[in-house]
Design a protein around this ligand. Structure first.
Ligand code: CMP
Length: 390
């Protein structure tokens, strides 16, 4: 084998491994790799939890050592294949590797792989060194869409969040000084200095209320009431900002995904951008597995479907069935005629569908009659002649 052939074989192996490590891929190999990785993380974390109580499980140290060995290998493999995972950046492989090593995820993987052995080597007792394994929990972030969304929301909403944090600090400081002035003489142990009063203020402002220090004077109690109310307002504001940001971000993501899919349906290909945007906002992505019944004959129909990819079988009668494929639609007859579903529709392969509910269908028909005219024409054809058999 000459050098060129061996290099290209190496590159194709590297690409294959990169595919296995792709956290978004839905291929079997990638899903299996993810499941194994998550299992190692779970076992490792269990080992770490048990590390402080070594008598519980015999062989506890194996629960930590085996995942650790796997994470060291995983780190080296990721380092090797990362140029294939971050495609299209036009950077050299070593530059990509360096960017990954210094990224948040790269650092989490690195720390998870080296801190524990380093602590062992430095003579830290085993049970304490194993506590570094708690860092493995951050490896799960790679597989959590929700965490990625939360992180983005925090960055996008940083300004209002910091604004509320500022209000929190103002209340905290003013209340601590006031509490010291009002309660200091009566309870010098808990309120004798501002730092001591700060502890009571933070416990009250966060509405935790340990009860280890409580105001005894009337003005002190009035202040406590005020601090509690401010605490509730501050946390309600934070919760509100995060919840709104979260739902907006989820809607944005859903919209982008739907937009991409809508553009693949022939019916929407020649309409303007504004119409696509309007349609994309109303469609919901639905993924169905092979064998799923999407529509059942005789049921009330409240939505129709466009097939982005896949294949469905329309079982019009026990003896007649038709296949519909990418770009086709079904479920429109019930919306147009108001009659129950005329046929059962079953997905014959895993399919990606776009669902349009009846209210949006009527609204679109009123706004863009040309768009829905094609659906009406096909519906009439289906009702009068039946479809072309394939
Ligand atoms: P609906 O009656 O709402 O639910 C079943 C769907 O199957 C129907 O709408 C049509 O979209 C589709 N369908 C029914 N009969 C036929 C047919 N003869 N050819 C193609 N599709 C059909």
């Amino acid at each position: 084998m000459n050098l060129e052939t061996s290099l290209s074989a190496q590159a194709s192996v590297r690409r294959g491994v990169a595919g296995l490590l792709d956290p978004t891929s839905r291929r079997f190999g990638s899903r299996l790799t993810r499941a194994i990785n998550i299992a190692f993380i779970a076992v490792g974390l269990l080992g770490v939890i048990l590390a402080s109580d070594t008598g519980v499980v015999p062989g506890q140290s194996l629960l930590v050592a085996v995942p650790l060995a796997a994470f060291v290998v995983e780190y080296l493999v990721r380092l090797w294949v990362i140029p294939d995972m971050w495609i299209g950046r036009g950077e050299s492989a070593s530059r990509v590797r360096w960017t990954w090593v210094t990224s948040g995820r790269g650092l989490v993987d690195l720390m998870g792989a080296i801190l524990m052995p380093a602590a062992w080597a430095a003579g830290v007792p085993t049970a304490e060194a194993e506590m570094f394994g708690v860092l493995w929990v951050f490896k799960l972030a790679r597989y959590s869409q929700g965490l990625a969304v939360l992180w983005r929301v925090i960055r996008l909403e940083a300004e209002p969040l910091v604004g509320v944090l500022f209000a929190f600090l103002v209340v905290l400081l003013c209340a601590a000084v006031l509490a010291h002035l009002l309660e200091g003489a009566a309870q010098p142990a808990a309120f004798g200095t501002v730092p001591e009063a700060l502890w009571w203020t933070i416990v009250t402002l966060t509405t935790t209320g340990y009860g280890d220090a409580t105001p005894v004077t009337l003005p002190g109690r009035m202040l406590a009431g005020l601090v509690m109310m401010c605490g509730i307002i501050v946390f309600a504001l934070w919760a509100g900002i995060l919840a709104t940001g979260f739902s907006q971000e989820m809607r944005r993501r859903a919209f982008l995904k739907t937009w991409d899919l809508v553009a693949r349906v022939p019916l929407f290909q020649n309409v303007g951008v504004t119409v696509i945007a309007d349609v994309a906002q109303r469609l919901r992505v639905r993924e169905v597995g092979a064998g799923s019944v999407v529509v059942r004959r005789g049921e009330v129909g409240d939505c129709m479907y466009f097939i982005v990819n896949g294949d469905v079988e329309v079982q019009a009668t026990p003896a007649t069935s038709f296949h519909l494929k990418d770009g086709d639609f079904f479920g429109e007859l019930a919306l147009i005629t108001g009659a129950p579903r005329s046929a059962t529709v079953v997905a014959t392969t895993a399919s990606q569908l776009l669902m349009l509910d009846i209210a949006d269908f009527r609204d679109l028909a009123a706004r863009y009659p040309d768009l829905t005219a094609a659906i009406h024409r096909e519906a009439e054809r289906r009702m009068s002649r039946g479809p072309d058999k394939d």
